[in-house]
Design a protein around this ligand. Structure first.
Ligand code: GYE
Length: 339
């Protein structure tokens, strides 16, 4: 009797253990299933951001992060290339391996993209280019390019310069040109606008072109070195291809004791129109701020939604931009500035 009741208890225990084990397996399976479904529901975007060289760039990255949130069904994977195209290639190849749903590229320079874009294309992943452009033969390698009309930006600056008198002592305008990253669309087109302007105005000339790589540190460094030669101090205009180089240049001017602004010797033209630059413009220190709009997130999101809905999307989108001087600037605009 005892033996048979022991056997019964043993069988009951085994059945209980099997039941518990099965329940455990089922729960794990369910849990795993849910996680998988959640992951699948998120639309994964690999974003190759070219760097963090300027305030503009930080605002651009933030706009993307604020837009492509998990709440809205996105997973945004950002890789910062630190201004190196090779780092962008590596990031993009990792996105391909991960099998992301879409890739966004803010390219450092225009050239050299054909191969990697083809690799993405062969992997069947759609691509959107933002900010600067890529120079490729086969423009079907990407869906669209969202960014600025950089030539128009430069032309707006030139139109303002045309309204300025020449230096009464020399009968000329001596322009110092601070250039951004060579080969970047923002550099190429802003430079082109200036060079075409100079070509069209015999009384204008470019004293020198200094390489500032779009950073404040480099802007300061090259300006300081340039101004250390007394022969270089008589400039009338600085045409600086972004605000951060301008801030560096302003520091160098101050240290060299050269005046600038409405009441000073040097008139400054700058690009981006960040809050800090606009305030300097309002205060009469910078003459022109050509706006470069970094808030690409919402525009890109709209395009992605349309693409996912099977709609056709335009091949090139230019964001809205204005040219600010003290005449059209208000404190309200400055205070409302997000970058
Ligand atoms: O003007 C500059 C940034 O490509 C629009 O890059 C961008 C430029 C911008 O570093 O500040």
């Amino acid at each position: 009797m005892k033996r048979s009741s022991d056997t019964g208890r043993l069988i009951a225990t085994i059945i209980l253990m099997i039941t518990l084990a099965l329940a455990g397996v089922m729960m794990a399976a369910c849990k795993g299933g849910t996680e998988e479904t959640d992951e699948k529901e998120l639309f994964v975007i690999g974003f190759s951001q070219l760097g963090s060289e300027s305030d503009w760039r930080l605002a651009n990255t933030k706009s993307m992060m604020d837009t492509f949130t998990n709440d809205k069904g996105y997973e945004l994977v950002i890789q910062n290339a630190k201004q190196q195209q090779d780092n962008q290639f590596a990031a993009i190849r990792s996105f391909i391996l991960e099998g992301v749903d879409l890739i966004i590229i803010a390219p450092t320079v225009e050239e050299g993209w054909e191969n990697v874009l083809r690799e993405i294309h062969d992997a069947g992943i759609p691509v959107i280019i933002i900010d600067r452009s890529v120079a490729v033969w086969d423009t079907n390698l990407f869906l669209t390019n969202v960014g600025s009309d950089f030539l128009r930006q430069g032309q707006m600056a030139i139109e303002w310069l045309e309204s300025q008198p020449v230096n009464p002592d020399t009968g000329c305008l001596k322009i110092l040109h601070l250039q951004g990253t060579y080969g970047a669309t923002a550099q190429i087109q802003r430079t082109r606008a200036l060079e075409e302007g100079v070509e069209a105005h015999p009384e204008w000339y470019i004293a020198s072109q200094l390489y500032g790589d779009f950073t404040e540190a480099k802007g300061y460094e090259v300006m300081t070195e340039y101004l250390s030669d007394p022969e270089n101090r008589d400039i009338d205009v600085i045409y600086s291809e972004n605000d951060n180089m301008t801030f560096g240049a302003i520091q160098a001017l101050e240290e060299a004791g050269i005046t600038y602004g409405d009441e000073g010797q040097v008139k400054i033209i700058t690009f981006d129109a960040t809050k800090k630059a606009l305030q300097l413009c309002m205060d009469g220190k910078i003459s022109v701020c050509v706006e470069c709009n970094p808030m690409h997130g919402p525009v890109v999101e709209d395009l992605i939604s349309r693409y996912r809905a099977g709609e056709s999307i335009p091949r090139q989108i230019f964001v809205d931009e204005t040219c600010f001087t003290r005449d059209n600037l208000t404190q309200e605009i400055i205070d409302g500035r997000e970058y």
